[in-house]
Design a protein around this ligand. Structure first.
Ligand code: NDP
Length: 307
């Protein structure tokens, strides 16, 4: 029987593991399919305190992992496929069928990028359609690409791509960005970034080559259709929480985010931290902060039960 299982290895999970390890709770971290989480697909993190010159996302996550391991956190590279939180049981089933029982659990499984859902887009994921410019941008050096979305992620993707490609077109369904002003202004002022307002992607074109050759666009105000020749489409339209294994086991809101009071879930002894329970802030630093809170709450919970 484990004392504490932490599910997820982004800033929330690893900070929870660090605090729990330093409190001698001997936590076991199940790292998930993307160890390190979303920051491992982020080139430069400019807003994590303590790094005035920015830090590469993968490096930041490696250091967080090393820090947690230094104090004794154990990390397994596996994925949780299902959970049983009935009665006194806190049982996790891993993707290979192995089971872990724990006295307390911290869920920090984060969120994943969303796509538009067009059949033509789904067909071309990995062949010109991507949700990660830092992962795939280098394939489009010197070519034309488009970014869909009007949030901070879309701005960051467009700015990152503008260093590599000939031209970036940002396609946004409204006539104003939701992104923070500093990023939006950088995009609007950039010579190699164009913006198409009130526009959605109607179809991703591949002209029998099975790789992206262009987009059919639709102006949502006039209904007018137009074509844009691009070789890459980067989708940056938000995220979906990774809560499938917890459905029916923990209370969730309509979007599938785990409902928390502080970091407590609807099940005693099960806590949640980071993006999996936060549709609002979704920052590395807030995720890390809530990971710390979850570990302190777990420590208190285990202490109250003589653990
Ligand atoms: P957001 O939810 O903030 O933005 C999603 C964007 O995609 C919106 O502009 C939305 O349009 C658009 N969109 C959603 N669905 C569709 C669709 N089906 N078709 C077309 N467009 C669509 O997500 P982000 O990933 O950008 O950001 C998430 C959070 O992370 C935010 O809190 C953000 O501030 C933060 N973040 C901060 C960064 C930083 O500070 N450096 C970097 C990256 C993210 P509409 O505006 O019309 O709703």
């Amino acid at each position: 029987m484990e004392n504490l299982a932490v599910i997820g290895s982004g800033p929330a999970g690893l900070t929870a593991a660090l605090y729990a390890a330093r409190a001698d709770l001997n936590p076991l971290v199940v790292a998930g399919l993307q160890p390190g989480g979303q920051l491992t697909t982020t080139a430069d993190v400019e807003n994590y305190p303590g790094f005035p010159e920015a830090v590469a996302g993968p490096l930041l996550m490696r250091r967080m992992r090393e820090q947690a391991e230094r104090f004794g956190a154990r990390i397994v590279n596996d994925e949780v496929a299902g959970v049983d939180f009935d009665g006194e049981r806190r049982e996790l089933t891993l993707s290979d069928g192995a089971k872990i029982e724990a006295r307390a659990v911290i869920v920090a499984t984060g969120a994943s990028a969303r796509y538009l859902g067009l059949p033509s887009e789904q067909k071309l994921i990995g062949r010109g359609v991507s949700a990660c410019a830092t992962c795939d941008g280098a394939f489009y050096r010197g070519q034309e690409v488009a970014v869909v979305g009007g949030g901070d992620t879309a701005m960051e993707e467009a700015l990152f791509l503008s260093r590599l490609v000939a031209r970036v077109t940002v396609i946004h369904r409204r006539n104003a960005f939701r992104a923070s002003r500093v990023l939006a202004e950088r995009v609007l002022a950039h010579a190699r970034i164009a913006v198409l307002w009130d526009t959605v992607v109607d179809e991703v074109r591949d002209v029998a080559q099975n790789e992206v050759t262009g987009l059919r666009l639709k102006n949502v105000k006039t209904g007018a259709l137009s074509d844009l020749a691009v070789r890459g489409l980067f989708v940056a339209v938000g995220h979906t929480p990774n809560t499938a294994p917890f459905r029916g086991r923990l209370e969730m809101n309509a979007q599938g985010y785990i409902v928390t009071r502080g970091v407590r879930t609807s099940v005693e002894g099960v806590f949640a931290a980071g993006d999996v329970q936060d549709p609002t802030y979704r920052q590395a630093v807030t995720a890390a902060g809530s990971g710390c809170m979850a570990a302190l709450e777990a420590e208190r919970y285990l202490g109250s039960r003589g653990g």
